[in-house]
Design a binder for this molecule. Structure first.
Ligand code: BGC
Ligand code: CA
Length: 335
């Protein structure tokens, strides 16, 4: 039987980026506009938080201006999971979060690896994830006036390679969101939210290049109303699980036929992202957002902005891939 449980009574403004840390068996997630990263240990319900303070961070690329305080994802470095690469404003930054840190801590970035979107200073990073080879794919978006309301085609999807070079994967993106790869590592799935579509690309694992974009599911044609496609993961059968902002639900899609095969209802309205976790990767962790919900509703309904564990789905995912960077290369960036 499908069971949905809120992890703790805590709720978040823009909960996002759930990521299961295989080494330490905790769930990482972020609260984007607050600039916070949380880690939650399901075994004992212990939770710890860092706030990434960017206020006095000197950017390494001196031509850049300040990059803002949002933290849009946090991905562990392979072999050194206390190091996280985060989307910090419109920069990619390295932060360190020791396992024995106090329960709340403010940290500064140890290094700014890259800053992007110079043409659009109010852009910020949004979702990011590692591909099967351990590169980071992370995309940007323009500033919003409301969820999904923003200037179009001003953002891009970037690849942070394992040698720390950066490349543009897709340009003219509006609201870069969910990413997933099939287990054969031949297809990349990707969401540009305000296209209301889920795309597939041919993916070349060796080169990190993608081509042949096609649509897997068109939200409007599938009668999904105002639902905005947001974060995404894939299960071991190759089906996609997609968070529907404004939709109170996660939908499961068979990308081979482009059809919705299941829906999971959640007590929160604005579902932002999903990941598989737990010892056998059969728990679907789900984040949500309070943005766009009235203050009254947020105050009285703690499910809005909650993080949830969904069990009993009869589906499983694979362990996520960490960022596979050469540690000495990374350390040479730390000043
Ligand atoms: C973004 C939000 C946006 C939402 C729309 C999220 O990934 O972080 O700012 O409103 O997508 O679904
Ligand atoms: Ca997202």
């Amino acid at each position: 039987m499908v069971d949905v449980k809120q992890l703790t009574p805590l709720s978040y403004q823009l909960g996002e980026g759930p990521y299961w840390d295989e080494t330490n068996q905790y769930l990482l997630f972020v609260d984007i506009m607050k600039g916070d990263v949380h880690r939650h240990y399901p075994d004992n319900l212990k939770q710890q938080t860092i706030h990434v303070d960017n206020s006095k961070q000197q950017t390494i690329h001196v031509e850049e201006g300040p990059t803002g305080d949002s933290v849009s994802f946090a991905l562990p470095v392979e072999g050194k999971p206390s190091y996280l690469v985060v989307g910090l404003g419109r920069s990619l930054a390295l932060v360190e979060w020791p396992l024995d840190a106090p329960d709340t801590l403010t940290v500064k970035a140890k290094a700014i690896l890259h800053s992007v979107d110079q043409h659009s200073p109010t852009n910020r990073f949004n979702d990011g994830k590692c591909d099967p080879m351990g590169r980071i794919w992370a995309g940007t978006m323009a500033a919003e006036t409301a969820p999904g309301v923003l200037a179009k085609h001003k953002a891009a999807l970037y690849t942070l390679n394992t040698d720390l070079s950066i490349a543009t994967g897709v340009d003219k993106i509006s609201l870069s969101n969910g990413l997933a790869w099939n287990k054969e590592a031949t297809t990349m799935y990707y969401i540009d939210s305000t296209d209301y579509a889920i795309y597939a690309f041919n993916y070349n694992a060796a080169s990190g290049k993608i081509d042949n974009r096609r649509t897997v599911l068109d939200y409007k044609a599938a009668s999904l109303g105002d639902d905005i496609p947001d974060g995404m993961t894939i299960d071991n059968n190759g089906n996609l699980w997609v968070a529907n902002f404004y939709g109170h639900k996660v939908i499961c899609i068979d990308p081979q036929v482009g059809k919705i095969i299941r829906q999971v209802s959640l007590p929160a309205s604005n579902i932002t992202s999903v990941c598989w976790g737990g010892t056998d990767y059969s728990t679907l962790y789900v984040t949500s957002s309070q943005v766009g919900i009235s203050e009254d509703k947020v105050r009285t309904d703690k499910a809005q902005g909650g993080v949830f564990a969904v069990t009993g789905l009869g589906a499983q995912g694979a362990p996520p891939t960490n960022f596979k960077v050469d540690l000495s290369l990374l350390k040479s960036k730390i000043n």
